[in-house]
Design a protein around this ligand. Structure first.
Ligand SMILES: Cc1cc2nc3c(=O)[nH]c(=O)nc-3n(C[C@H](O)[C@H](O)[C@H](O)COP(=O)(O)OP(=O)(O)OC[C@H]3O[C@@H](n4cnc5c(N)ncnc54)[C@H](O)[C@@H]3O)c2cc1C
Length: 336
């Protein structure tokens, strides 16, 4: 195991924040990880670094999860059961599934990050959440070093949420994720407006899994900044869910407020719209700001610090609270 000293984490996080890791190790097997945590309990985990804002140097050992491997556990005429090690890149795994015509993940094409972290916030996009395909998550319990497994139910998945963001936070290192995907009778999800129009613009009426994946990739490339060009962490805030009463009150002041009905009593409001209404969309403050096409995305244009971006996020939160009386929750992990 090669523990390096004083490594910049700029290349390891999609925001491109240049903070120092006092000690850093890249881990390539579960066994190595188990050996490591016998000695080191105080660790900071980094996988794809696409869901974190680093606001300071990291004094504890930074453990980069880098173990690879995909195995087909079982299959029949209709379904295939696959286990993927945590360090595999998410989008490459999705493309692999698409190339073999395994259905279920195509709407989640081009999401950055690794497979091992996909259950943590139950990644979702274009009408699909990863929870619907996950059968099992394996993890090492940091305290004991034991390998444990969580069924999908035990993961307690919710909207951008799971047990790993709550009760189990900081207690486990996720090592592999198992999926059940379809080989036939795919349940294609094209209900999301942008997918429908992308397919119809290409004259596709009977889409394949690949058609949907290609459509999602095209939409994402046209709307979201590529972290390789402009540092960012995708959606910075969650879409808030408010009471129906609260929504109706807001509607009297903002008649064009968009909404999605969640239940008889709850309404989801797009955080991007709230931010745009508050005048932040496209605003640039030196080396950082709010993306011009997507108000939900905070960006690092150059050498911004994580602290500066976090302060901007807090400013946005205060403005939304003052204007709409809504608490905007941050989706990205703030490391401070
Ligand atoms: C351009 C862009 C677009 C995005 N679009 C979407 C989207 O459409 N939908 C969506 O849901 N998300 C989206 N995201 C967010 C992000 O891609 C996902 O949250 C992704 O799952 C994060 O994976 P990661 O490997 O990069 O995690 P990291 O950022 O490396 O880690 C996330 C958190 O988990 C911890 N951690 C890391 N590895 C492990 C491990 N093995 N076990 C336990 N804890 C660990 C870290 O310490 C950190 O707290 C987007 C991000 C970007 C940059």
């Amino acid at each position: 195991m090669n523990i390096q000293e004083n490594i910049s984490l700029k290349e390891y996080n999609t925001f491109g924040i240049d903070v120092n890791a006092k000690r850093f190790v890249s881990i390539t097997s579960v066994y190595q990880l188990q050996q490591l945590i016998k000695e080191e309990k105080d660790i900071f985990l980094i996988s794809g670094g696409s869901n974190m804002l680093l606001t300071k140097d990291i004094e504890t050992l930074v453990v980069h999860i880098n173990f690879k491997g995909i195995s087909i556990d079982q299959q029949n005429h209709n379904d295939v059961y696959i286990t993927v090690n945590a360090g595999e890149n998410w989008h490459e795994f999705v493309l692999w599934c698409v190339s073999l015509n395994y259905g279920g993940l195509e709407n989640l094409s081009l999401i950055p990050g690794n497979v091992g972290t996909c259950p943590i916030q139950n990644i979702g996009a274009y009408g699909v959440e990863v929870k619907d395909t996950i059968t099992k998550v394996e993890a090492i319990e940091i305290k004991t070093g034991k390998l444990v497994s969580f069924s999908a139910e035990e993961c307690q998945f919710g909207y951008r949420n799971s047990i790993f963001k709550n009760k189990a936070k900081g207690k486990y290192i996720l090592t592999s994720v198992s999926f059940k995907l379809t080989k036939n009778n795919h349940k294609l999800n094209t209900s999301y407006g942008a997918i429908e129009s992308e397919l119809s613009s290409k004259g596709i009426t009977n889409p394949t899994i690949k058609d949907i994946s290609d459509a999602v990739i095209a939409i994402r490339q046209s709307k979201l900044p590529d972290p390789k060009e402009i540092g960012n962490s995708g959606s910075f805030f969650k879409n808030p869910v408010i009471s129906k009463e609260h929504f109706e009150k807001l509607q009297s002041d903002f008649s064009n407020i968009p909404s999605y009905v969640i239940s008889d009593t709850e309404i989801k409001v797009p955080a991007g719209w709230l931010i745009e209404q508050s005048g932040f969309k496209g605003k640039r403050f030196g080396n950082y700001g709010v993306h011009e096409k997507q108000a939900l995305v905070l960006v690092n244009y150059g050498d911004a610090s994580g602290k500066e971006i976090y302060e901007l996020a807090q400013k946005i939160q205060h403005t939304i609270k003052d204007t709409f009386d809504i608490n905007l929750e941050i989706e990205v992990n703030i490391i401070q």
